[in-house]
Design a protein around this ligand. Sequence first.
Ligand code: NAI
Ligand code: MG
Length: 356
Amino acid sequence: MREYAIATIPADGIGPEVIAAGTQVLESLQKRLSDVKFHFKNFDWGSDYYKKHGVMMPADGLATLKKFDAIYFGAVGAPDVPDHVTLWGLRLPICQGFDQYANVRPTKILPGITSPLRNVGPGDLDWVIVRENSEGEYSGHGGRAHRGMPEEVGTEVAIFTRIGVTRIMRYAFRLAQSRPRRLLTVVTKSNAQRYGMVMWDEIAAEVAVEFPDVTWDKMLVDAMTVRMTLKPQSLDTIVATNLHADILSDLAGALAGSLGVAPTANIDPERRFPSMFEPIHGSAFDITGKGIANPVATFWTAAQMLDHLGEAEAAARLMRAVERVTGAGILTPDVGGKATTKEVTAAVIDAIHSSN
Ligand code: NAI
Ligand code: MG
């Protein structure tokens, strides 16, 4: 029996709805496979916790999480708490504290889901975006002076280090190498940003030498939005900075049909710490409590978690079940269907049990 301790942090908005669905699906997978066991422990951290205790998680939160094999995360954000408080209070401290420097965001058009792009169907758009997740524009370096005065200044400094850029490039080249097309696009903005981004390009070229079997090219981030929209077939693996990849992956999610299907993994490739798996979307106040949140992103990120834990077969089984359900048209309203979160979840559980 292979056993895994998984910390669940559903947090805010639709987070608890989709994490409950994901946990049920993982439990059914455990029943089906009989040689894996998940031990879930739930943490009630997030905006409600903040309103009671003045912090999003306890001071020893990271020490508690460190003992787990993986973290399964919902979403943070509440209408009545500033977004920078919720984000910097929970999600970013986990990503940074556990040095989860590779943020891996697969996107493809699942069967039964329609892309807003005309003439683009399953197979035409199958990407993995690798986002640098520890530095760059979100390093937290900056400050404000002369608050409220006419001469007030605010700085937000992007930090690029040779170590940080080299390790994310190696991760991206290795991932590209593991995919059938062995194709990597390095996103940059080295025409306008002359220091960090030029170093990013130079390091990409250095690391590329280690991977002679990977074909790679460079794109400026603005032109990249055009290529993603007009020539989605020309892309496979993509690597970009923290900010650039944040924006590009929302676009990728939308082009693949909905944010509700887009997953993400925050990985510590060296496995010193637990990695964290979550849907890309936020807490979606507009649909919270309505029972119609799309759980597919949360299922897909569970498959990423299984892959990371070395359970590739279970991961593949889960994705086959999800694709069977989307292919059968059992879809939530965000992707044009009428099903509820519970109906999609039940259908995926059925598919897990009825497949061989
Ligand atoms: P959002 O992702 O919560 O929602 C954007 C739109 O997509 C909404 O119309 C929502 O209904 C829809 N949507 C999102 N997930 C869906 C799902 N699973 N099924 C169906 N429809 C779905 O982004 P928004 O509105 O910008 O932010 C809301 C809150 O979430 C804010 O407080 C924000 O800071 C936070 N947020 C948190 C993130 C995280 O925890 N990783 C990521 C993005 C936003
Ligand atoms: Mg984002």
